[in-house]
Design a protein around this ligand. Structure first.
Ligand SMILES: [Zn+2]
Length: 388
């Protein structure tokens, strides 16, 4: 392991599921863990104090957004992202690639990197594997991700193969850059977190044979840990579960495994069953702002007319501040009135639901009851009082 501040220890296993502790330069994370998405250095609608109270152990921040505004140089001059945003626990940053492919204008890819125009002001940029590594070194996150090519779904096997090969070449370049930055400034770029780890990313589209090749060759490059990218992009869930299940055995059992950008509570528990340790997703926070709440009895849309005079809590089984204090009728009123508090209270609940689900998963693994936890979760959530 190239970074003494970074380590991972599996403490319990139950079938394919693992419970463990990931240690970073900013503290420990109990796994399996869910990372709330703090796009611009903040989780929309809630404060860091709220996140700490909810037990969020690690935050994900988006490199693309922070690079465009306020800029990596400015954040580096403030001592790095932790100090700038006032968050003392671990932070993972993505490479920026996914946002370029999904948000930026006029994105073109060649061997050098991704050329794009800012969605904010139209300015032109080139993100190379080296540049993505530099930016994250300046941000000083505890975990940095390599720049990978995000393949559009669906893709034929030839296109998926070429994309996977490019991602491997980019991963090698990113690793070389990262190793250089560990020895000191490179081209004027100074790393603000000496304990930063770098994760490689497995690609390969929906083709299991490519996923296996990608996994083995990415592992050969020697990262601190590995992520599975390019899933949850429109493929059926059973295809995703199958691909996750075929990829995790190709990854080192002693290192954490991160499934990027996924998913529903059901996706999380199924992926934990296949040996995944880390997750991030905008679902709980984005859906909260759109009035959709994840509950122990399925999802509900709080704006629905049926809740106009409903005095019950959003989720009777939830102990969060929102559920302890407010009725569906009041939350519906706030949502329809477009009160800022609607986003805050809904987000508090949804994040609590996700973090609580992960806490239940960890506990069930420790007690050897993961399978029955998984079955019960599916049974509860498939009951779906779904009024979407
Ligand atoms: Zn709640």
């Amino acid at each position: 392991m190239a970074v003494p501040q970074f380590s991972f220890r599996v403490t319990h296993t139950d079938g394919g599921a693992r419970r463990g502790v990931m240690t970073t330069a900013h503290g420990e994370v109990d796994t399996p863990a869910f990372m709330p998405v703090g796009t611009q250095g903040a989780v929309k609608g809630v404060t860091h104090r709220d996140l700490e109270a909810l037990g969020a152990g690690i935050l994900l921040c988006n490199t693309y957004h922070l690079y465009l505004r306020p800029g990596a140089d400015l954040i580096a001059r403030r001592g790095g992202l932790h100090r700038f945003i006032g968050w003392t626990r671990p932070i993972l940053t993505d490479s920026g690639g996914y946002q370029i492919f999904s948000l930026a204008a006029r994105c073109t890819i060649d061997e050098q990197g991704a050329r794009f125009q800012s969605h904010l002001d139209g300015s032109r940029h080139l993100l190379t594997p080296e540049k993505a590594t530099d930016i994250q070194a300046q941000l000083g996150s505890d975990v940095a991700m390599v720049l990978d090519e995000c393949l559009a779904h669906p893709a034929e096997i030839d296109a998926a193969n070429q994309s996977m090969e490019r991602t491997l070449r980019w991963a090698r370049r990113a690793r070389e850059r990262w190793l250089g930055l560990r020895d000191g400034p490179v081209d004027g770029v100074i790393a603000t977190n000496a304990g930063q780890a770098q994760f490689g990313i497995v690609q390969g589209g929906v083709f299991p044979e490519l996923r296996e090749v990608s996994a083995r060759r990415t592992v050969a490059l020697g990262f601190e840990a590995y992520a599975i990218g390019g899933l949850s992009v429109g493929e059926p869930v059973d295809v995703m579960y199958d691909l996750v299940g075929r990829t995790t055995p190709c990854l080192p059992p002693a290192l954490p495994r991160y499934l990027m950008g996924t998913g529903t509570p059901q996706d999380l528990v199924e992926s934990v069953a296949r040996g995944v340790d880390l997750f991030d997703c905008v679902l709980p926070t984005r859906n909260a702002r759109n009035g959709q709440l994840f509950t122990s009895q399925g999802r509900i849309n709080i704006g629905n007319a049926r809740y106009a005079e409903d005095d019950g809590p959003p989720d009777p089984a939830c102990a969060c501040y929102t559920c302890r204090t407010f009725s569906r009728a009041y939350l519906r009123h706030l949502f329809l009135s477009r009160e800022i508090n609607a986003a805050t209270l809904n987000t508090l609940h949804n994040l609590n639901f996700y973090l609580d689900t992960l806490s239940g998963i960890r506990e069930s693994i420790a007690f050897g009851r993961f399978e029955s936890f998984k079955v019960a979760l599916h049974r509860r959530l498939s009951r779906q009082s779904d009024d979407s």
